[in-house]
Design a protein around this ligand. Structure first.
Ligand SMILES: Nc1ncnc2c1ncn2[C@@H]1O[C@H](COP(=O)(O)OP(=O)(O)OP(=O)(O)O)[C@@H](O)[C@H]1O
Length: 361
């Protein structure tokens, strides 16, 4: 199994704050200007997933380094009404969204008369439906284009019949204005079409300081997008926060905003979850490290993320859960307490397993 490198595409209307958020995520200096369509080329940012367990492991093992899991964000240009018809940057960037594994939509909530809104007013519900409509229309085009080919394939081979049926069902839902993720269409059957509304979705509400403190407002946004995840942050503030070298100052700024945790940390964690990923941990004097696997991965597959030899020559895995290890206070104590298990080829990994693999090369 190759290392898992899934990515999340950031979408939103022009001036929603995508570039500001992306810059903060990567500390890259991508152009973030008060200028619709400032972002033309897609940009990839690789972000560490914050994991408090790593520092604890590192202090237990005296590790020299800590290496977190990562999640990739791709900054994509703004979508405007009519994008599926070629308005704005049109279909060019829709193809970048198609390649992502999940979508993160940045929605403007902040009020600032100096920052133009494409529709002349700030209205999150309208903005969300504008983008959803564009993605649905683009998916509908994809489906309509594919159907004649799929009909031919269904006549030639049996497997094609189920695919065609699933795609026709998808078409009906899209015509009714429903994103595929909200239906029970067989998503495996239609995978090859890479439909955008079939991807998991995260909503980032880009707020100003007052709005961040407004629980009623936030609840109404949550209700608007449920069951999808809603994250609230001030992208401009997050961008300033990452510029600070002084951690104490950063903590103070967060406290002043009444926020416990940087929004970017929440986003990285929720994004990682939304992609269906989990981590297992390894620890030693050199490093404490989180490794990324898909949920449901077996022990040999997990070993393969470190090295293909580990997977090929897999014998067994010595596993202790992070919590048991911390409670015992050391690997030796965990062993004598009977908390360290020997697991074989069929073991399904759990998040937070602390692992040592035994293998033959
Ligand atoms: N929470 C916020 N509060 C106030 N201003 C903000 C906030 N977030 C972003 N801005 C400002 O809004 C403007 C637009 O932001 P940004 O360039 O990131 O938008 P964008 O979505 O990337 O736009 P485009 O699609 O046109 O590239 C910038 O001037 C930015 O500083």
């Amino acid at each position: 199994m190759l290392p898992v490198a899934l990515s999340i595409g950031i979408v939103g209307l022009p001036n929603a704050g995508k570039s500001t958020l992306f810059n903060a995520l990567t500390k890259n200096n991508v152009l973030a200007a008060n200028y619709p369509f400032a972002t033309i080329e897609p940009n990839v940012g690789v972000v560490g997933v914050p994991d408090a367990r790593l520092a604890k492991l590192a202090s237990l093992y005296g590790s020299a380094k800590v290496i977190p899991a990562t999640v990739q964000f791709v900054d994509i240009a703004g979508i405007v009404r009519g994008a599926s018809e070629g308005e704005g940057l049109g279909n060019k960037f829709l193809s970048h969204i198609r390649e992502g594994d999940a979508i993160c939509q940045v929605t403007r909530v902040f009020r600032d008369d100096d920052v133009t809104h494409v529709d002349g007013k700030v209205n999150p519900a309208d903005d969300i439906s504008t983008i959803q409509t564009e993605l649905i229309l683009a998916d509908l085009q994809t489906v309509e284009k594919a159907i004649p080919r799929l009909e031919k394939e269904a006549r030639l081979k049996k497997e094609g019949v189920a695919v065609l049926e699933a795609v026709r069902e998808a078409q009906k839902h899209l015509e009714a204005g429903t994103p595929i993720i909200a239906t029970n269409v067989d998503r495996d059957a239609i995978r090859e079409l890479m439909l955008m509304t079939a991807k998991p979705y995260i909503f980032v509400f880009n707020c100003d300081a007052d709005e961040l403190a407004d629980e009623t407002l936030k609840q109404s946004m949550r209700d608007l997008v449920a069951p999808a995840e809603a994250i609230f942050l001030d992208a401009k503030f997050e961008a300033e926060l990452v510029e600070l070298d002084d951690e104490a100052e950063a903590r103070e700024m967060l406290a002043e905003m009444g926020v416990d945790e940087p929004g970017l940390d929440v986003l990285a964690r929720v994004g990682f979850e939304t992609l269906g990923l989990q981590t297992y941990l390894t620890a030693g004097p050199k490093e404490s490290r989180a490794w990324t696997i898909k949920k449901g991965a077996t022990a040999p597959e997990a070993a393969g993320v470190i090295h293909t030899d580990f997977q090929r020559g897999f014998i067994k895995a010595e596993i202790v859960s992070f919590d048991d290890l911390m409670e015992a206070g050391s690997m030796a104590a965990a062993k004598s307490a009977g908390k360290v298990r020997i697991e074989g080829k069929d073991y399904i990994m759990s998040d937070g397993d602390v692992v040592e693999f035994r293998f033959n090369v």
